[in-house]
Design a protein around this ligand. Structure first.
Ligand code: GDP
Length: 456
């Protein structure tokens, strides 16, 4: 049980028009009575109504603002809670928070409001995780993925599979408890059908992980190519800014720049690597060895070739180097705004995708986004409409549950005793429950909420 009434500033640190201080716990109304002097209606008498008044600490008037009180269970955390909107200066916000502490609240920990919402059953664990991801989302794909999961899509899909497993268990319990009433072949086939369907649904859910993690974690991407092929121009096009220095002096890019970008509905963690070529320049050499390192660890390599001139020795070396690399590979034949003398097939037949485009004009950029999307979302998963797994925890849990469903199915088909089949199906259900937080250990819950910011 959670006893303390906690408070924190929920808006970011720094100067702003308004700051919001959030309070949650049984004593929320009592805390407010001590630190908020209403001008008209008292917030604790008028839940969900923004009430104007003065924040006070003892006799001192700290600030004026609006206070909204939420009565349990109709609140984000499920507890009595309140939000005070005050002026957003750093000193004002700190003084209002101090007044709330002086009135009896204690500081909230990172993610404590959402953790309370989870503990009080207002949110499932995947919904709570999605809230954290929504706040962290820095690309539109990440926002769409998190918003859909926060709205309960993944929870519903998991619940659907759990409901099938519960149906299987009910039938198995009946067969075990009343052995005289033989369920017969037909009964066993029915159980087998439901188990099979649950396994198929889980497989379909697991197949979304490649896309989900490509959006949530991002795909480590290297842009590789000979000097002057247009790597920095492509990097800038993807970042929609002039982050890398673009010049026609070979060897301008000496360090590896990283950026997170949305491309084809996938998040690319993209490195603009120094041109791969032999060089005597020590600083540039360091850049090139870093570029090779990035290429080694990249999950996706976008290899850029200058299509306006015949392939050089360096281009051929790069293609040779990439041939056996485990990463996904896209071949970009760049400078399509100029007469082209390089064909797709000239660069080798081992690329997953070939794109002819101009990094300078942006012509053909959609083809590049399409190529990324075909590699990472070949099933055309909709981040808004489909349930998507995005976290390694989800994947591990779903895989374990699938293993158990498969094992119980095999047992049933082999004619194993029904109680052995039942134990495996029970374990599968318990594993599925963990996806949404039932039965997860305190450590896992703490680890998840420690990633949150204070005030959420
Ligand atoms: P990097 O050395 O591979 O990073 O190449 P840069 O992006 O610095 O480009 C080298 C030169 O090629 C610069 O003068 C760019 O303006 C030019 N360039 C890059 N992409 C294109 C393109 O699509 N069309 C044309 N015409 N020029 C390009």
């Amino acid at each position: 049980m959670i006893c303390d009434t906690v408070a924190a500033v929920s808006t970011p640190r720094g100067k702003g028009g308004i700051a919001v201080i959030r309070i949650s716990g049984d004593e929320s109304a009592a805390v407010l009575r001590r630190c908020f002097r209403p001008a008209g209606k008292a917030p604790w008498d008028a839940p969900r109504l923004a009430c104007y008044g003065t924040v006070v600490r003892g006799e001192e008037e700290i600030d004026t603002g609006l206070c909204t009180f939420f009565r349990s269970p109709a609140s984000y955390t499920g507890e009595d809670s309140a939000e005070i909107s005050c002026h957003g200066g750093t000193a004002v916000t700190a003084a209002v928070l101090e007044a709330v502490f002086a009135a009896g609240a204690v500081p909230a920990e990172a993610g404590e409001f959402t953790r309370r919402a989870f503990i009080n059953g207002k949110l499932s664990l995947t919904e709570a995780e999605a809230v954290g991801r929504l706040i962290d989302a820095d690309t539109d794909s990440r926002r769409r993925l998190a918003n859909s999961a926060a709205g309960g899509r993944l929870k519903s899909a998991a619940e659907d599979i759990c409901a099938s497993l519960r149906g299987v268990l009910a039938a198995l319990y009946a067969a075990i408890d009343y052995p005289d009433e033989d369920i017969g072949d037909e009964g066993e086939r029915e159980i087998e059908g439901v188990l099979c369907a649950a396994g198929e649904k889980l497989k379909a859910l697991l197949s979304t992980y490649r896309t989900g993690s490509a959006v949530a974690d991002g795909v480590v991407t290297a842009i590789a190519g000979a000097p002057n092929s247009g790597k920095s121009s492509l990097y800038n096009l993807l970042c929609r800014s002039d982050r890398a220095i673009v010049t026609d002096v070979a060897g301008t890019t000496r360090d590896t720049l990283w950026e997170t970008v949305d491309a084809g509905g996938v998040t690319l963690r993209i490195a603009d690597t120094a041109g791969i070529r032999d060089t005597q320049d020590r600083v540039e050499s360091a850049g090139i060895s870093r570029a090779l390192q990035v290429m080694e660890s990249a999950e996706l390599v976008i290899a850029v070739f200058d299509g306006s001139r015949p392939l050089s020795q360096e281009d051929r070396e790069l293609a040779k180097h990439l041939r056996d690399a485990p990463a996904a590979k896209i071949c970009v034949i760049n400078k399509s705004d100029l007469p082209l003398c390089v064909k797709e097939t000239d660069t080798g037949d081992f690329f997953d995708e070939y794109v002819i485009m101009s990094a300078a004009t942006g012509e053909g950029a959609d083809r590049l986004y399409g190529a990324v999307s075909r590699i990472y979302n070949s099933d055309g998963i909709s981040l808004e409409k489909d349930a998507v797994l995005w976290d390694a925890r989800h994947k591990a849990t779903a895989e374990k549950a699938l293993e158990l469903i498969d094992a119980s199915l095999k047992g049933l088909r082999r004619g194993d005793p029904l109680d052995a089949v039942c134990t495996l199906a029970e374990s599968a259900l318990a594993e599925m429950g963990m996806l949404d937080g039932r039965g997860v250990t305190e450590d896992i819950v703490s680890e998840i909420f420690a990633r949150f910011c204070v005030g959420k």
